[in-house]
Design a binder for this molecule. Structure first.
Ligand code: V47
Length: 620
C-alpha cells in the first residue's frame, strides 16, 4: 500500500510496521500527536488487513447488567447506584432469561459489585443461562467482579474462575481496566483494582482456558503516555498467555460526571486516532473493536477503515454508556450492522464469542487458512470479484457446508465429508517427512500416553484424525481426546497437546514447560508409510459457473507460480510475527508441497483406508 505522508515523522513508524517490527512508546506518541490522520489511518488499515483481510466481525448479542447497586463510587461512572436510591435496580435470574432468545449467539453479563448477593447466586445465574440456552456463548464478569468474588467469598481466584467455567462461562469481557495508571486511579477510581490485579485475573483466566478481552477508558484526564503505557502492558501480558481476543478502546462519556476532558480529547479525530494507534501498537491482539455504543454509529463506521475489524454486535439494550449520556441507539438490528459494515466497503461476518465465523454476508468467498504455510497461494492472488476470508480449517468446512465458501484449501476431512459437492483443483498443502507445524507436545513417550488425556486443537479435524490413526494403527494405543480452544494456554491437565499452524511453529521454538517430547506428525507418518501427508486440498464448489471456475484456476496458478520463485522472501513478515527468522520462514515454506502429484493421491487413499478400518473396528 502506498501512503503519501504529509507528516514525515510517520515514515520511520511505517517502515517498522512494514518490517513487522514492534512499535515503541515514542512511536505511539508520534502517532497520537500527528495531524496527518489519513496517513495514520492507512497504516492502521494495512496492519488490520494483515490480520483480518476485509472482514469485519459482529455478533448477535445481548448485554445484560444484572444490577447497578455497587459498593464502589468511581467518579467516571453514572451507572452505579446505592441501594434504596432512585434508579437502583436488581434483575432476577428469570428477568435475565426473559431477555434472551434462542437466536442470540453471545450474552455479555457485567454489572455492579452488589453488597449482598451470594456466590451461589452468580453461579446459578450462569448455569441457568447455560441450561436454558445451551448454544449461547456466555461472556461474563470483568476482572473487577472476579477479584471481588475472590475477596468477598474467600475463594482462591483460580477457584472462582474454575467454578464459573464449570457453570458455563466461556469468555470474560474486558471491562474494569480503565487506564493502567496509579495517578488516574487515585483521582478517578481509588477503590477499584489497579493494573497488577486486573492483569493477574486475565492471565489466570487464560491459563485456565478462558479467553478474555481488554479495554481502555480514554478521552478524559489521562495523557497520551498513559494510554500508551496501558497498551504496552497489555501487549506484554498477551506475549505471556496469548488469551486476549479483542481490544476495545472505550470513549469516555462525560454525562453528569463533572469530569472535563483534556482539550482535543473526546472528539471524532481522537476516537479514530485511538483506534488506529491501538491496531498498530497491539500487534499481538487478533482484533480491535469499534464499540458503536460509545463511538456512535458514524464514527464506528469510519473506524472500520482505521484498523478496527470488530463491531461488537446488536447489543440489545445497554445502561453503562447510556446512563452517562451516550447518544447511540440502545440496540442495532442485524440488518443495520450489516449495512454499516458494507458502507465501509467491508465484508460483514457474524461470529461466535471465539471469533469463529458463523455466517458470511457476501458472495464470491475464497477461504484462507490463516497460517504461514498458506501464504504462497495468496501473496500474489488477484482477487477480481472474489473476497478473501481468513478462517481456521475446521470453520472453513462448516461454512462450506452452508454453501458460503466458493473455493478454499479444505482440510482433508472436510473434503471427504463434502466430496459430492466439491471439485478438486491441482493444489494442496502437504508435507514430506516433516511439516514442523502439526506437532504433538508430550510429557512422555508414545507408549506412555495410553489411557491419558490428550488436548486437541479445535482448529482442524484432519490433524486430529491423523493423530488418531497414528495412535491406534501405528502404536496400538487408546487415549482420550479433549477439545481445547485455540491460542489459550490450558495445557496443565493434559499428558500431551496437539497444536497446528502458527501456534505449533511458535511453540516449537519456545517449547512448553513440562512437555519434553515434540512429535512431528508428518514425520511419524512418513517413517511409517514412506508417503507424504496431505493436510489440505484445494477445491471449489461444483455448482459455480464455469467462468468463475476458470478464473479461480488461473488466478491460483499464476499466484503460486510467482510465489514459488520468491519462496526465500515472501512470508517474512508473517514469519516474524510468530518469531521465525527469514531463513527459518524460507526453510519452512520450502518443506511444504503445494501441488498434487501421484504420491499425494496415493497418500490420500492410504489414509482414507486406515480411517475406514478404524471406523469398521469401532462398529464391531
Ligand atoms: O469497565 C463506565 C466503562 C466499561 C463510563 O469485553 C464508561 O467485549 C465511558 O467493558 N463513559 C464496561 N465508559 C463496558 C465494557 C465493555 C463494553 C463492550 C464490550 C466489552 C467486551 C466490554 O464501561 C467499564 C468502564 O470502563 N465506563 N462509565 C463512561 N462514563
Amino acid at each position: 500500500m502506498d501512503v503519501n505522508f504529509r507528516d514525515q515523522r510517520l515514515i520511520p513508524v511505517w517502515e517498522k510496521v512494514q518490517k513487522g517490527e514492534r512499535l515503541s512508546l515514542q512511536d505511539g506518541l508520534v502517532m497520537f500527536r500527528t495531524g496527518d490522520i489519513i496517513s495514520l489511518g492507512k497504516m492502521a488499515h494495512a496492519a488490520g488487513q494483515q490480520k483480518s483481510g476485509d472482514v469485519v466481525y459482529f455478533a448477535l448479542n445481548r448485554k445484560i447488567e444484572p444490577t447497578n447497586i455497587c459498593i464502589l463510587s468511581c467518579r467516571f461512572c453514572v451507572f452505579a447506584a446505592k441501594r434504596g436510591k432512585p434508579g437502583a435496580y436488581e434483575m432476577t435470574i428469570e428477568d435475565i432469561l426473559g431477555r434472551l432468545t434462542p437466536h442470540i449467539q453471545e450474552i455479555h453479563i457485567t454489572g455492579a459489585l452488589h453488597p449482598d448477593w451470594k456466590w451461589q447466586h452468580y453461579l446459578r445465574m450462569i448455569s441457568a443461562v447455560r441450561q436454558n440456552f445451551p448454544n449461547i456463548n456466555i461472556k461474563a464478569f470483568t476482572a473487577v467482579e472476579a477479584d471481588f468474588f475472590h475477596k468477598k467469598f474467600k475463594l482462591p481466584l483460580r477457584e472462582v474462575l474454575l467454578q464459573l467455567k464449570e457453570a458455563g462461562l466461556d469468555t470474560m469481557p474486558g471491562g474494569g481496566a480503565e487506564v493502567f495508571s496509579e495517578r488516574i486511579r487515585k483521582l478517578l477510581f481509588p477503590q477499584k483494582i489497579g493494573a497488577k490485579t486486573w492483569l493477574e485475573v486475565h492471565k489466570t483466566a487464560h491459563r485456565l482456558g478462558i479467553p478474555t478481552n481488554a479495554t481502555l477508558l480514554y478521552g478524559h484526564i489521562e495523557t497520551y503516555e498513559e494510554r500508551l503505557n496501558h497498551m504496552i502492558k497489555l501487549r506484554e501480558a498477551q506475549d505471556e498467555t496469548n488469551g486476549f481476543l479483542t481490544f476495545i478502546p472505550l470513549a469516555f462519556q462525560a454525562g453528569s460526571t463533572g469530569i472535563k476532558p483534556r482539550p482535543g480529547f473526546a472528539s471524532a479525530i481522537d476516537d479514530l486516532k485511538t483506534i488506529a494507534v491501538s491496531r498498530l501498537m497491539l500487534d499481538s491482539f487478533p482484533h480491535i473493536k469499534a464499540y458503536w455504543v460509545m463511538l456512535t454509529e458514524e464514527i464506528a463506521s469510519v473506524a472500520l477503515n482505521f484498523g478496527a475489524d470488530d463491531m461488537d454486535g446488536t447489543v440489545g439494550g445497554e445502561r453503562i454508556a447510556h446512563d452517562a449520556g451516550a447518544t447511540s441507539p440502545a440496540a442495532l438490528t442485524k440488518d443495520r450492522i450489516i449495512r454499516i459494515i458494507r458502507e465501509a466497503r467491508k465484508i460483514p461476518v457474524e461470529r461466535d464469542a471465539y471469533y469463529n465465523p458463523v455466517n458470511i454476508y457476501t458472495e464470491n468467498v475464497i477461504g484462507k487458512i490463516p497460517y504461514l504455510n498458506s501464504i504462497p497461494f495468496y501473496e500474489y492472488f488477484e482477487k477480481g470479484e472474489f473476497n478473501i476470508l481468513p478462517v481456521t480449517p475446521r470453520q472453513m468446512g462448516i461454512l462450506s457446508s452452508k454453501g458460503q465458501i466458493d473455493a478454499a484449501p479444505f482440510s482433508l476431512m472436510d473434503y471427504f465429508a463434502q466430496e459430492d459437492r466439491l471439485e478438486t483443483m491441482a493444489y494442496c498443502i502437504a508435507a514430506r517427512n516433516q511439516v514442523k507445524s502439526i506437532l504433538l507436545f508430550a510429557r512422555e513417550s508414545w507408549a506412555r500416553l495410553a489411557g491419558k488425556d490428550i488436548g486437541i486443537t479445535e482448529e482442524t479435524a484432519t490433524s486430529v484424525k491423523l493423530l488418531h490413526v497414528l495412535l491406534e494403527k501405528k502404536y496400538g494405543l487408546r487415549t482420550n481426546f479433549v477439545r481445547m480452544h485455540p491460542g489459550v494456554n490450558d495445557y496443565d491437565a493434559f499428558a500431551a497437546v496437539l497444536l497446528i499452524g502458527d501456534e505449533a511453529l511458535k511453540r516449537k521454538k519456545t517449547g512448553i514447560s513440562g512437555f519434553k517430547f515434540i512429535f512431528d506428525l508428518a514425520k511419524e507418518w512418513y517413517a511409517w508409510q514412506k508417503l507424504p501427508f496431505v493436510f489440505a486440498l484445494w477445491a471449489l464448489q461444483k455448482s459455480l459457473p464455469i467462468a468463475k471456475k476458470l478464473y479461480l484456476q488461473q488466478a491460483l496458478q499464476r499466484s503460486l507460480e510467482r510465489a514459488e520463485e520468491e519462496l526465500d522472501s515472501i512470508g517474512c513478515l508473517h514469519g516474524k510475527q510468530i518469531g521465525l527468522s527469514s531463513l527459518e520462514t524460507k526453510e519452512y515454506l520450502e518443506g511444504i508441497i503445494y501441488r498434487i502429484g501421484e504420491r499425494e493421491m496415493k497418500a490420500i487413499s492410504v489414509f482414507r483406508k486406515l480411517l475406514e478400518d478404524i471406523e469398521e473396528a469401532g462398529k464391531s
